[in-house]
Design a protein around this ligand. Structure first.
Ligand SMILES: CC(C)(COP(=O)(O)OP(=O)(O)OC[C@H]1O[C@@H](n2cnc3c(N)ncnc32)[C@H](O)[C@@H]1OP(=O)(O)O)[C@@H](O)C(=O)NCCC(=O)NCCS
Length: 189
């Protein structure tokens, strides 16, 4: 059953609905994930490594698992009925001790994925997804949100800064055979 329907009509943007995804959305979200993941990779990322990551991590089967996990929150944004972005969050303490050590707003939810299809960037879709996870985190009584973002992903970094996140550390992130450098950012809820 779907929960937490949020409707937002952005003053300068498009009408967008954000709601919790269901298991039946796994295939459609996987398609959006495969199309948008390369946008977050640095210029030096190899195509084979990106393809490997998509196959291992962003398949419809993996999203079916994510959508069935009690620790995961998957939100989908729709415009004109089409999925134009998604956010996946993890409501659990960080696995990585290095990240666990720098997150001070606790308990915190990780924004693991936040992706919007290119034709809908700058239109309020990403802000609607962010507002929805903030509302969910507040309803759950969580104190913070955290995330990792590639250090070269200047657009995403700017977006997160606009939404109150600040850098608290670094981590590495494996994509296929390559390892990329991320900033770790957090904000209070
Ligand atoms: C990251 C993402 C969700 C942000 O959503 P968005 O709708 O593009 O965000 P906004 O347009 O509200 O904000 C982006 C900001 O970056 C700025 N920006 C755009 N390109 C930039 C660049 N190359 N360098 C620096 N800033 C840039 C924009 O001007 C805007 O700032 P402003 O509002 O002060 O003008 C979206 O761009 C996206 O899906 N990107 C591809 C996937 C991705 O990188 N996901 C994040 C993984 S951690």
């Amino acid at each position: 059953m779907r929960a937490s329907l949020v409707f937002m009509s952005m003053p300068l943007g498009e009408a967008v609905t954000v709601e919790e995804a269901g298991i039946w959305d796994a295939e459609a979200i996987a398609q959006v994930a495969a199309a948008t993941f390369p946008l977050a990779c640095p210029p030096g990322a190899a195509d084979d490594d990106i393809a490997d990551f998509i196959e291992r991590t962003l398949s419809a089967e993996k999203f079916a698992e994510y959508l069935s996990s009690p620790e995961r929150i998957v939100l989908e944004a729709r415009a004109d009925g089409e999925i134009v972005g998604y956010l996946m969050a993890v409501d659990a303490a960080p696995n990585d001790p290095g990240i666990d050590a720098v997150i001070t707003a606790r308990p915190a939810i990780e924004i693991s994925k936040l992706y919007v299809v290119p034709g809908h960037h700058g239109a309020g879709v990403s802000a609607a997804l962010m507002d929805a996870i903030l509302a969910r985190a507040a309803a759950l009584g969580r104190a913070g949100l955290w995330l990792g973002v590639n250090q070269e992903n200047t657009r995403a970094r700017r977006f997160y800064e606009k939404h109150g996140f600040s850098v608290v550390g670094t981590r590495t992130f494996a994509v296929g055979t390559q390892t990329h450098d991320d900033f770790v950012m957090q904000r209070p809820v």
